[in-house]
Design a protein around this ligand. Structure first.
Ligand code: MCN
Length: 783
């Protein structure tokens, strides 16, 4: 490990500009002649739009246009789409309803855009929106997920509001295993709906250059190339080469900025209509009703055991809320990102999962940090906890008994786990948690009239999304490889153009660490370029904890080519055979001699073409690569949470939170630890505080931070984190992703600790003081 190379806790290069206010976020951009968009959104969850009267609004000061969905359609702007095809059990394709960027004929959730006003100023656009009169006929709204398939039909294409009835695994052997089981644990689980709440709200600026018939979109995107592809190819805004998408500094996304949103399409279209750039900036209240939400499952899960407490089968039926329309990746989240992880860390011979995806009159639901994998982990780890109680065995022991211990391990639900040591991470976590003395601590708490509980969560996730071969064979869509280009300048400084996108993960540091280590150059001579479709050739963007395992692997491939070419140049320079050139720590040497050339000598000479006249060598030092992984990576670990509960108030205090994770090779331990901390905070948020609440008319009651409780620093203890390492065999660096693990592992650990404390009642998320108080009262009465 060099001072700035792989494994060094290098401080984040990008933070200097962020913490000194010098970041360049989309809202910081002001285009010449810029106008402002304001969306008038449906106040009803389900309503026919009978008439829109914009006459008064159009005449108001500063109003450039008042635009509707019909005008959008007249201009042949296509619908937003969900790009992952899922088929039902009967082979029929998913029922994707048309999703216009501005509602046409009817609105399907509170927040659905109905009109957009373009004004000289935002205030003028807002004032004019108030003068627009929309005549609605309110229709019955479908809000409750569990009964949604019996509610009023929302879209013509989807009877019973059902988009697909998908299944995975083998039904008959699973049923047989249940019949033969010695013990069956049954749980009904609600995985609560979350609102993402990245620090920076979404922003879109559209600009049309009439002379060149060219559009530019600046937006808060996690994947600008995919945005360009969808807006060009499916929405039909412009040919792909006539659309540039730039995602500059982005202040967090957590999945919510992967999707192609209405406002981005409208900002582009409106900029052409009014002939000037159009900017839209979401405010926080608007974000609550326009950013895609996450999670929201209702599940019945059953786990079967034999007489030796070995798991023999798992059966799951889940209803997944998709919201009012299918968002860009929404079909993949409750299917391939969820059911494929239902084996957890355990050797389960039979698994059968059914997932019904349904429309409701709520904000569209899509990926949110972990996307599908937190839901799977919650099912498996709650089942393990409750089973341990019912079987009267130690929860750690039951897990240990059922761990996968031999690799590779093929689960019955597609995934082939390649490497791991679940026992090692659990042991380390139990030591850090001082598990053996928990009984003493519990007795101390009880002396003080408090309840104390401890909960495990042994999670596994699949990230490094996604090998083309696996994705292709499922017929689900395209593989998500990644691209890189390494440009070495004559002076030896380096630009790395990557298709990954950093919006808080520190890529400008970790990617530069890789280059610094491989080429032996100072980290400050390396720039990471991302987020602009005109600069980077193509890229799949950042989500699914893929940028390390996939994005950096593409860089490794390009660096291999750079090294090979640089050696050729060095061989000319040093007048030696290419095979005799060694390269180490930024220096080229001729084997067995003291002849050497520095990195800068070689890079400069790569550009002095006459030196190679008559040779095959081309001038320059620039190489590109695409990396398509051969398997997912499987980070796994053990989270242990210890809580103390005041039975009089239901207040839960997290006394200790331990996370021991296996991320394979770690590039920057400080960044990885930060990723784990953030993830745990979000997972604790889901377990204890956060939950989107709709009333039966489909109004979002938790539509602001007054009502939607985000975790705060004082809710969280200082986390105890540790690592164990098994290298991922399917990428050159041996890395596994770390960006979602905290959010995936932590919620069941917290709930398992609470149920342990209150006497094994089923406590739903979010376990608010009131919920826990009710459960604690029963526990206290039982004592
Ligand atoms: N890393 C490392 N060693 C490893 C694995 C990763 O040093 N073994 C480093 C990587 O080089 C990178 C960071 O850790 O700098 C995260 O890497 P990775 O796990 O590959 O995840 P991605 O970079 O692909 O980021 C996506 C992931 C996801 S899916 C969500 S959601 C999420 C997350 O990252 N959203 C975030 N972390 C976030 N952090 C912030 N601040 N903001 C978000 O929106």
């Amino acid at each position: 490990m060099s001072g700035t190379g792989i494994g060094a806790p290098v401080r984040r290069k990008e933070d200097l500009r962020f913490i000194t206010g010098k970041g360049n976020y989309t809202d910081d951009i002001a285009r010449p002649g810029q106008t402002h968009a304001y969306f008038l959104r449906s106040p009803h969850a389900h309503a026919k739009i009978k008439k829109i009267d914009a006459a008064a609004a159009e005449k108001m000061d500063g109003v450039l246009a008042v635009l509707t969905g019909e005008q959008l359609q007249n201009d042949k702007i296509g619908n937003l789409i969900c790009g992952w095809m899922i088929h039902s059990k009967d082979g029929s394709p998913m029922k994707m309803a048309p999703h216009p960027a501005i509602a046409v004929g009817k609105a399907c959730y509170v927040g659905d855009p109905v009109v957009v006003v373009i004004g000289e100023t935002l205030a003028q656009a807002k004032d004019a929106a108030e003068a627009v009169v929309v005549d609605y006929e309110v229709l019955p709204a479908v809000v409750d997920l569990a009964t949604s398939q019996k509610g009023a039909q929302i879209h013509e294409i989807a009877p019973n509001n059902t988009i697909y009835e998908w299944h995975l695994g083998e039904k008959a052997p699973t049923e047989a295993a249940f019949k033969a089981a010695k013990h069956v644990t049954t749980l009904n689980i609600v995985n609560n709906r979350l609102v993402p709440n990245a620090m920076e709200p979404r922003v879109a600026i559209g600009e049309y250059d009439a002379g060149n018939e060219h559009f530019t979109l600046w937006n808060t995107s996690q994947n600008p190339h995919v945005a360009r592809l969808v807006i060009a190819a499916f929405v039909g805004m412009a040919p792909e080469h006539k659309l540039r998408v730039i995602a500059p500094d982005v202040g967090g996304g957590f999945g919510s900025k992967i999707f192609i949103y209405n406002e981005e399409v409208v900002a582009l279209w409106a900029s052409k209509r009014v002939g000037r750039p159009v900017k839209w900036t979401s405010d926080r209240s608007e974000a609550f009703i326009s950013d895609a939400h996450g999670r929201d499952h209702v599940t019945k899960a059953e786990l079967a055991f034999d007489a030796n407490n070995k798991i023999t089968a798992l059966r799951v039926h889940t209803i997944a809320n998709i919201g009012a329309y299918m968002s860009t990746f929404s079909s993949s989240v409750p299917t391939y990102l969820y059911a494929t992880l239902l084996s957890g860390q355990y050797a389960i011979p039979n698994i059968y999962a059914e997932v019904d995806a349904v429309y409701t009159n709520t904000v569209p639901v899509d990926a949110y940090r972990g996307a599908g994998r937190p839901e799977a982990t919650f099912v498996v780890e709650r089942l393990m906890e409750v089973s341990a109680r019912q079987l009267k065995v130690d929860p750690a022991e039951l897990r240990r008994k059922n761990f996968v211990t031999k690799f590779p391990h093929q689960t019955p639900v597609i995934m082939a786990y390649d490497a791991g040591d679940y026992e090692a991470s659990m042991k380390k976590a139990m030591d850090l948690a001082d598990y053996k003395n928990f009984g003493k601590r519990r007795r101390e708490s009880e002396k003080n009239g408090k309840l104390r509980g401890i909960g495990f969560s042994n999670y596994i996730e699949a990230c490094g999304i996604a090998p083309s071969q696996a994705v292709g064979s499922l017929g689900a869509g395209v593989g998500l490889w990644e691209s890189a280009e390494v440009r070495v300048n004559p002076t030896g400084s380096i630009e790395v153009l990557t298709g990954s996108h950093s919006h808080g993960q520190g890529h400008e540091t970790t990617f530069a660490q890789l280059v610094s280590e491989r080429l032996g150059v100072p980290i400050d001579t390396v720039s990471i370029v991302h987020g602009d479709t005109d600069k980077v050739q193509f890229g799949m963007g950042t989500y699914g904890s893929r940028s390390g395992a996939v994005g950096m692997s593409a860089i490794v491939k390009a660096l291999d080519k750079i090294e090979a070419k640089a050696k050729k140049v060095a061989s000319h320079l040093l007048e030696a055979a290419e095979a005799d050139i060694d390269f180490k720590d930024g220096k080229f040497t001729v084997k067995g001699t003291d002849k050497s050339a520095a990195w800068g000598d070689v890079t400069l000479n790569a550009y002095i073409a006459h030196k190679f006249a008559g040779q095959e060598l081309e001038p320059g030092l620039k190489e590109g690569a695409f990396y398509d992984p051969t398997n997912f990576t499987f980070p796994a670990g053990c989270h242990i949470c210890e809580v103390e509960i005041d039975p009089d108030t239901g207040e839960v205090k997290i006394e200790k939170f331990v996370a021991v994770d296996d991320f394979g090779t770690i590039i920057n331990p400080m960044i990885v630890e930060g990723q784990v901390h953030g993830g745990i905070a979000q997972g604790v948020g889901q377990a204890l505080h956060e939950g989107a609440v709709y009333n039966k008319e489909g109004q979002l009651l938790s539509g602001s931070f007054m009502d939607y409780a985000m975790p705060r620093a004082h809710h969280l203890p200082s986390f105890d984190v540790g690592v164990t390492t098994t290298k991922c065999p399917s990428n050159p660096l041996g890395m596994k992703g770390c960006g979602e693990a905290g959010a995936i592992g932590s919620p069941p650990a917290v709930i398992n600790a609470i149920t342990d404390a209150v006497g094994h009642e089923d406590v739903p998320m979010p376990a608010t003081s009131h919920t826990v108080w009710k459960a604690a009262q029963k526990a206290v009465r039982k004592q």
